[in-house]
Ligand binder design. Sequence first.
Ligand SMILES: Cc1cc2nc3c(=O)[nH]c(=O)nc-3n(C[C@H](O)[C@H](O)[C@H](O)COP(=O)(O)OP(=O)(O)OC[C@H]3O[C@@H](n4cnc5c(N)ncnc54)[C@H](O)[C@@H]3O)c2cc1C
Length: 392
Amino acid sequence: MSTDPMFFSPLVDTAEHHRDLREAVGKLAGGFGRRYFQEVVAKGEQPVQLWKALGKAGYLGAHIPEAYGGGGGGLAELNIIIEECAAQGCPMLALVISSICGPIIAQHGSDDLKKAWLPGIADGSRRMCFAITEPNAGSNTHRISTTVRSQGDGWVLNGQKYWTSAIDESESVLVVARDGDLSTPERAALSLFIIPTRTPGISWTPIEAAVRAAEKQFTVFFDNVRLPPEALIGERGAGLKMVFVGLNPERVSAAAINNGISRFALSKAAQYARERTVWKSPIGAHQGVAHPLAEAYIGVQAARLLAARAAQLYDQGEDAAEAANMAKFSAADSSLKALDQAIQVHGGNGLALEYGLADLWFIARLHKTAPVSREMILNYVSQHCLGLPKSY
Ligand SMILES: Cc1cc2nc3c(=O)[nH]c(=O)nc-3n(C[C@H](O)[C@H](O)[C@H](O)COP(=O)(O)OP(=O)(O)OC[C@H]3O[C@@H](n4cnc5c(N)ncnc54)[C@H](O)[C@@H]3O)c2cc1C
């Protein structure tokens, strides 16, 4: 931890309680560390001990209201917690999922739903996954075809999702569905449902992915799944608006994973460059080695600033879309540069799993594509920030 040049950055953490939080989470996650995480992932298992320790310390529920067992903080705290875990070599996608589901339930769930779910999310004892992406809709959420129709006093759901992370270890799944009764050919009305994953009619098959993460990926099938009335979150047909409550936190949380990976990579690279000597001086004395690391550092600090600002705007109830999109975009790009350069600095050792870098590649690369692709972010910026016409 002491070799991490960005651990305490007055540039990023302006509040003392954020610095304290960063230090405490860093110590906790650092006690597990990269080797622990690599071994868990290699065995196809979950980082259960780390998860429990984070839950016990109150970090899994930092963004959940105090009235429901959480820490009463916001996205700013969650951003620090996720980044710090990743900076200690433990990038946890499960925390990104929690950053979507928690706020949606907290802002739009009934009191019963909040009581049922938020304390469990806060202490880590209950897990929920999130399913919006579909094979035939992709980035175009308006085109999703997983459809719910009312039947009796409840609902029936049919359709298919893919790339649903961690459904195998989740108690329930938050599904974004087309409301078949309200949609017209011109307009898809979306509704949100929380569905126990063991409900008859739900099945899933794994997707073999290159990402070395604890969370596995699945294609999920809904075949005449009967849902009780209380499965619905909030208002029927208002799903898109509700989903957006979770999408900006998801972007900031994804950025936090990548910013943590960047810090882990740059910290290892700087240490290696200070110590490794193959000519007369350490390799870090060569500007060919030092400058790309310095440039990566600048990119990562800029990405961290954007993430912190996006989280602050979100927590203040202001429009965080521009900042959250740009934070995720910058964190993905800057982490790939930082990680690639860290691998390069390590020479052949960069590709040895022992150094803990090469197997971070695809989880960092993931966030160039997910949860929203870089092209869709560029579309957003083109249209909303530059006022350019939309092509699609
Ligand atoms: C490891 C992993 C975990 C994931 N976890 C989840 C999860 O838990 N839940 C979930 O719901 N989803 C999840 N996803 C899905 C992820 O959010 C999507 O892959 C992502 O949103 C992109 O959608 P798509 O794959 O359908 O790509 P597409 O929408 O088919 O896009 C393909 C390419 O075309 C480009 N493109 C599309 N439209 C435009 C346009 N208008 N202008 C310019 N370029 C365009 C895209 O940018 C992209 O490069 C996960 C994905 C991965 C890989």
